[in-house]
Write a protein of this length. Sequence first.
Length: 142
Amino acid sequence: MRRPIPAILGALAALATSPAPAGQTPAPSGAYCYIGWPSDGETVKSPLKVWFGLRGMGVAPAGVEKPNTGHHHLIVDADLPPMDQPIPNNKNYLHFGGGQTETVLDLPPGRHTLQLLLGDAGHVPFDPPVMSRRITITVRQP
């Protein structure tokens, strides 16, 4: 059976616009990010300012494909996501796709964990991952 040309062209167009499978961008050797404040083990009041640091790479907004650059994702009270997929975007995985290097968090009283993970232009972690160590803070009662 012969297919009409428009049907074949439509199928080819659909294939051409399908998203490519997620891949990982190589990270430069020795690159890492860190939480500049608060410090691990610190007791703080909420809301609190958290500032991010990065060594061995630059910061660029999401969608900008420039070698050795990425943008921060702050993981709050959650484990690291899969390293070969885009980082989730929800209350536990905060995206800073504008290239921000600090934020203000409003956390309830109690213990919380914070960790940074750098994402490439498409929000996928680098290979190897560029991340901070996980810190624990305690938010005191108001």
